[in-house]
Design a protein around this ligand. Sequence first.
Ligand SMILES: Cc1cc2nc3c(=O)[nH]c(=O)nc-3n(C[C@H](O)[C@H](O)[C@H](O)COP(=O)(O)O)c2cc1C
Length: 184
Amino acid sequence: MRHRRSVFPDQFEAGRHIPDEIINQILTNASWAPNHGHTEPWHFVVFTNEGLKTFANFQSELYREIAGEKFKEATYQKMKRNPLLASHVIALCMKRDPNKKHPEIEEIAAVACAVENIYLSVAAYGFGGYWTTGGVTYNEKAKSFFGLDEDDRLLGFFYTGYIAVPSPDGKRKPLEEKVVWVRD
Ligand SMILES: Cc1cc2nc3c(=O)[nH]c(=O)nc-3n(C[C@H](O)[C@H](O)[C@H](O)COP(=O)(O)O)c2cc1C
């Protein structure tokens, strides 16, 4: 857990493919995350091979459509190029329990637990990866592409690949800043 690091697309060995069977193992680990009321609210859409282009074209063209005056050519090119550096891109989705038994935040929290399982599994296999909420993550128009309905949420994308350039050591604030103990 302490040595897990985010590894970004520019650090991947572009074009090298992780076996799909390993991705299935990683997503099986994801599905063992805790979730309130056994709703298992996670839903994953995995892009690989030519699917990476399908995803890259979708997100870059949607960006072009919605950016308006804020359109930046560099951002457009990054959206078109970055997925092609990965072995797999996994869309991280929350499908809301139809009975809405628990608050939405708990369904989002359960998916975040699943994503941490992905992060740790990817690190354990020696691959690189990271969770991004960039691109079209929070645009309502993106949802249907990933099979999501109005009450569901797109929570971002997990990019993964073989590591060419490792990440530097991470850092965290002193634990005392984050913890309060009550002993009496
Ligand atoms: C919910 C979430 C969203 C994130 N979105 C982005 C992002 O859009 N772009 C990015 O470069 N990193 C993103 N990250 C990765 C963080 O940059 C990374 O976790 C942070 O720098 C700490 O580094 P570490 O993962 O190596 O400990 C995201 C992480 C989380 C948990």
